[in-house]
Design a protein around this ligand. Structure first.
Ligand code: ADP
Length: 315
């Protein structure tokens, strides 16, 4: 049994780095252009696998040439790619990404084959969804996420939802979720509560607990995460201080590394420290999948920051 199963998107990221974002009607020349494997599903699967989890990715790609090298790359990372289907006469998902000098990004998506990962296609891709942890995002049809969560949960899996990109969600999906990991924007989109301070985070977390979600982890960028477990007082867990170059895939790295640590039976606070170390490392590097660290790097980073670890609170 694959302990971590990701049902999600695969994209080809076209990344341009430039001094600042062009305004509407403006043309700016960038400094650098790269094609990188991306998509939240793929990124999170890569992050989980590199962080040491036995990982399967269930997804769809197009029948274009780039798809083959993408899937080969996932296999090289140790991901089980048997349930990645190639859809005829469709393009692989595409993301057009701009990164400015501050390391911020803007992203325009074309879903391509990701839109073809329907509940029927999900059945077609794989014989079953038995796993310990099912990790979902919002770059595939909502009905597929609901079907996947229903099946995996019926087989005893923990369902983790990274509700990105931001959108409002039906109770039908939220009631199947055990752990949710929104960033500030996504938490606001889901609850209508602005998450600009601890009070807002606590209120948003309470609203998500009210939907039946036991564990709420709101990621707060450089500030760290707000952890709230049903029936307990929430707490801010500071992140690591690093020089951010490119925050693309910080959240994806956090989610993948979190699941890998949980798979290795780490207590939740330790798993969050591991995940924040992984995410901090990723923001010091350019790109999405290129920036996702391996288990040994994360461990070395954690060791180097011992004494300043979020777990023991010496900041
Ligand atoms: P997303 O990428 O989904 O918007 P966040 O920006 O909240 O998610 O980042 C996820 C996690 O990555 C944070 O909780 C934090 O641990 C880490 N992180 C993000 N930005 C930084 C940063 N500038 N410095 C250190 N850690 C960061």
């Amino acid at each position: 049994m694959m302990t971590v199963t990701v049902v999600g998107s695969i994209n080809i990221d076209h990344v341009i780095r430039l001094a600042q974002f062009p305004r509407p009607g403006e043309t700016l020349t960038g400094d650098d252009y790269q094609i990188i494997a991306g998509g939240k599903g793929a990124n999170q699967a890569v992050a989980a696998a590199r962080a040491g989890a036995s990982t399967r990715l269930i997804a769809c790609v197009g029948d274009d040439a780039l798809a083959h090298s993408l899937v080969a790359g996932f296999a090289k990372d140790g991901i089980n790619t048997q349930a990645i289907a190639s859809i005829r006469e469709v393009n692989t998902g595409v993301a057009l990404i701009q990164v400015n000098r501050e390391g911020e990004n803007t992203i325009a998506l074309a879903a391509g084959a990701n839109a073809h990962l329907t509940p029927e296609q999900l059945q077609h891709n794989t014989a079953g969804l038995a796993c310990q942890q099912l990790l979902l995002q919002l770059e595939i049809p909502l009905a597929t996420n609901i079907a996947a969560a229903t099946q995996a949960k019926a087989q005893g899996a923990t369902v983790i939802l990274n509700p990105a990109p931001a959108q409002a969600l039906p109770e039908e999906l939220l009631c199947l979720v055990d752990v949710i990991t929104p960033n500030e924007t996504e938490a606001e989109q889901l609850t209508g509560i602005v998450v600009s301070d601890n009070k807002g985070a606590a209120q948003a977390a309470a609203a998500l607990h009210n939907k039946g979600i036991a564990t709420v982890i709101i990621t707060l960028g450089a500030r760290g995460v707000w952890l709230s477990e049903q029936g307990q007082t929430g707490q801010l867990i500071p992140g690591f201080k690093v020089n951010a170059l490119d925050t693309t895939a910080a959240g994806d790295t956090f989610n993948g590394a979190l699941l890998a640590a949980l798979e290795h039976q780490q207590p939740l606070l330790n798993a969050i420290a591991f995940a924040q170390a992984g995410a901090a490392l990723s923001v010091t590097r350019h790109g999405a999948q290129t920036s996702i660290p391996y288990r040994a790097d994360i461990q070395a980073f954690l060791d180097a920051h011992l004494g300043r670890s979020p777990v023991n609170g010496h900041h």
